[in-house]
Design a protein around this ligand. Structure first.
Ligand SMILES: CC(C)(COP(=O)(O)OP(=O)(O)OC[C@H]1O[C@@H](n2cnc3c(N)ncnc32)[C@H](O)[C@@H]1OP(=O)(O)O)[C@@H](O)C(=O)NCCC(=O)NCCS
Length: 189
């Protein structure tokens, strides 16, 4: 049975390894980090920062467990509070383009403009992933549904380059706006 719960500090490494596994073939990262070895190394750095920073900055990581094993994760943060109180970390984590200087800076600015336009304080999904051997069995859906239940009264937002997360957001009626040739921004209504 799938159980979704908050991550424990001794589970950070497992989630980082899982994030590297699931994002190695992500269109966005393949485009901007074409060298496989460099992509693996950079993804480990990005998601190690991701877990720690979400935890410290008004957010966290939900993990999905199957028979006690972590098979999925969802990292999130409070967009406005995080940006207001810790701009340095915010830029580090949120603007992969700023940290690694590979990714078109336009996406970062566009996302921020959409947040300002919405006049809301979104809970931002930094990343969602399910281990390759466990995908397409309803685990991602169950993780996302649990997350949405925790934040029923809030606007949810994310940038999306993966087809199945895009479908999931479409199912929940999110508005989608393209921000590059490989990426959309999704905002709940
Ligand atoms: C996105 C992700 C987390 C979804 O998790 P999952 O456990 O595989 O997804 P689920 O089985 O819960 O299915 C969710 C929805 O995706 C779609 N989907 C899943 N598998 C599918 C398949 N084989 N064919 C078509 N659609 C599929 C469906 O819309 C499904 O909802 P439905 O079953 O009600 O129709 C997972 O695929 C993943 O980790 N992908 C790689 C990382 C990634 O792309 N993350 C998002 C980055 S923006």
């Amino acid at each position: 049975m799938i159980v979704c719960e908050n991550i424990k500090p001794d589970e950070y490494n497992q989630v980082v390894d899982l994030a590297v596994e699931v994002f190695m073939e992500d269109k966005f990262f393949m485009k901007y980090l074409p060298d496989e070895q460099n992509r693996r190394k950079t993804l480990a750095e990005i998601y190690r920062d991701g877990v720690e920073i979400c935890d410290k900055n008004f957010g966290g990581t939900l993990v999905a467990k199957l028979d006690g094993k972590i098979v999925g994760f969802l990292m999130y943060f409070d967009y406005v509070k995080f940006r207001k109180t810790n701009l340095a970390d915010f830029k580090k984590i949120f603007g992969v383009e700023i940290q690694h200087n590979h990714v078109a800076p336009i996406s970062f600015a566009k996302i921020h403009r959409l947040v300002l336009k919405s006049k809301q304080n979104p809970v931002y999904v930094l990343a969602i992933g399910v281990g390759k051997n466990y995908q397409h069995q309803g685990i991602g859906k169950s993780l996302f549904a649990d997350f949405l239940k925790c934040f029923e009264d809030r606007v949810i937002m994310s940038d999306i380059s993966g087809l199945f997360f895009l479908r999931l957001c479409q199912k929940y009626g999110f508005d989608l706006a393209p921000i590059s040739d490989v990426c959309y921004v999704a905002i709940s209504k």
